[in-house]
Design a protein around this ligand. Sequence first.
Ligand code: FAD
Length: 463
Amino acid sequence: MSDPRLAELSHRLPDLRLLTAAGDLEHYGRDWTRRWTPAPLAIALPTSADEVQTIVRWANEQQVSIVPSGGRTGLSGGAVAANGELVLSLERMNRVLDFDAVDRTLTVQAGIILQTVHEAARSHGLIYPVDFAARGSCSIGGNIATNAGGIRVIRYGNTREWIVGLKVVAGNGELLELNRGLIKNSSGYDFRQLMIGAEGTLGIVVEATLKLTDPPPPSQVMLLALLDMDALMQVFALFRARLTLQAFEFFTDRALEHVLAHGAQRAIDGDYPYYVVAEFDAADEAAQDAALAAFEHALEQGWVSDGVIAQSEAQAAALWRLREGITESLASQRPYKNDVSVRISAVPAFLHEMQALLAREYPQIEVIWFGHIGDGNLHINVLRPDDLAEETFIAQCEHVTKLLAATLQRHGGSISAEHGIGLVKRDYLESTRSAAEIALMRGVRKVFDPNGILNPGKLFADD
Ligand code: FAD
């Protein structure tokens, strides 16, 4: 190791895997945003909480910043290392440590992949219900750090609901054991919840105890085509009142064009501007009849123009692909992303204002909307035209994001629903959090990470 700081780290942890080859720096220094040029000092791949603790202590002494890194599927630039940071990848800490049948909990190392958690839960006849398209690559540590949401929030809530214990190495090097799997614990501040959604700015999650639950009853998946955006929330209200929803997801015709171009199969003939994928409990004939009746009512009211119900698991998967394939189908074009939320009751008014704003500000630019509309969460992806320089495009998108942030503020919404703040949204934090809240957030950060070595610049631009 030619860098004396790295030589010192190797001296303290002779067995620690440290990577410095250009390809590794590039690979581990970026996330899905692909907007910043990776330039980390090195990549550390610890295998234990003790090693993580030693690295954090070393970083404090050597004044080296650390970027905690999971699957790097993040969409907010939270795991980007572009300023000589040490990337601390949890990928070798990926084991299931314990299953407790009485508590119905699974204890895992933070680098475990979400899909592996799903498989482990299922092997015990239970489920871990947080789920989304990046399941095959994202890590539990990253899910916790972003309080990940996904397609089942409407039924099960965000990651926050499912974490009953955490082991975290705080920025000051202390190993904290938080909540220890307790269901009830009214003994003061709940630091576990503070760590969830902190984007690695307070501590590095090394271990998590996850609550599991019973699998839902058999379900059905329906694809609906709509002509009118106003009908979207009417259908949602109808379905929520009459069915037990597991998911209610929305996308536009433009999003559909991209997934179809990526190999998905068209399920409804004809051109419609809006689509919904709904999944709901359908254990018996009565539940299936109720779903059909709700669909027919929506047709009669003119809210829905067409629809299909999957008749097999393969068909259900094909319908889901139309929604879940969107992010991947756009990835090669590196879209500028917004991930916003408002209260469900504010969705109709917000959608109208947002539609007018986007039409006015992006007249020649392709904008693709989709998202978890049943949670009041929309993803807005903006694609750069070939003839527009990257810098001009980003400047334009940032201008529109400011306007969008002001619209959100009027509706009491959030500039980041589930992706986190990161490099992408740090300049807009004030639109969602008050000055008093931000001052307290800075104070909290100082307590856990006094030297500001953990993920600097990912929440506050100036730290
Ligand atoms: P990374 O990208 O590696 O990191 C994310 C943040 O967490 C960074 O700030 C990083 O520093 C921090 N971090 C990582 N590990 C730790 C740790 N152990 N301790 C402390 N901090 C840590 N997100 C949703 O919420 N809902 C969706 O529906 C959704 N769909 C997606 C679909 C696709 C196709 C893709 C590519 C992404 C999607 N995402 C979604 C975004 C992303 O998958 C989530 O944000 C996920 O939680 C990130 O996990 P990760 O392991 O990849 O984290």
